[in-house]
Design a binder for this molecule. Structure first.
Ligand SMILES: [Cu+2]
Length: 183
């Protein structure tokens, strides 16, 4: 009888211990909703009104190539991926990180471009893509973090879908492109 009581007491203690552990975890999750929360941006929104060309403020600081992290793709994105504008409107991108924007005429897809790496001294990786066919707009070189790049309304003469790319070679081949849909 005494033995049974002791066993019951032991089981109850174990339950209470496990309950405490779970309660602690729940509390930690409430206090710190995501592990890297403190490193994520709160002051740089990417919206249709202020689209981002690059997301340098996100992802992990270590080399993705070395450590199999996906930060490379997280940082080198256009957000939003597709912008919808009306004819007669320009588009101003907020450049986060070092990038090289270019815009192509309607009817050209990302797979259509010549992705041969050509030298680009002074730019990340030192290489770029440089396909002039159908290219309507590009900056004269890679542009530094924090630059505002405006694609003038005169680029968007006809309704349709315009390909927007980063010409830094590894950025483009890893998917740094998006679209401007002109209505
Ligand atoms: Cu880029």
């Amino acid at each position: 009888m005494v033995e049974v009581s002791t066993r019951l007491l032991g089981a109850r203690t174990r339950v209470r211990r496990r309950g405490g552990w779970i309660l602690g975890l729940v509390t930690a999750l409430l206090l710190f909703p995501s592990g890297a929360g403190a490193e994520q941006p709160t002051a740089v929104p990417c919206t249709p009104q202020q689209p981002c060309f690059g997301m340098a403020f996100t992802g992990s600081p270590f080399s993705p190539a070395a450590d199999h992290d996906r930060s490379f793709n997280a940082k080198d994105n256009l957000v939003p991926r597709t912008l919808v504008i009306n004819r007669g409107q320009s588009v101003t991108y907020h450049v986060n990180g070092v990038h090289w924007p270019a815009v192509y005429q309607t009817g050209i897809d990302d797979e259509d471009l010549n992705t041969t790496a050509v030298p680009a001294p002074g730019c990340p990786s030192g290489t770029r893509v440089n396909d002039p066919t159908g290219r309507l707009f590009q900056t004269t070189n890679c542009v530094p973090n924090g630059t505002l790049v405006t694609v003038p309304a005169s680029v968007f003469t006809t309704p349709g879908r315009y390909l927007v790319i980063c010409q830094i070679h590894p950025h483009f081949v890893n998917g740094m492109y998006g679209w401007i849909q002109v209505q």
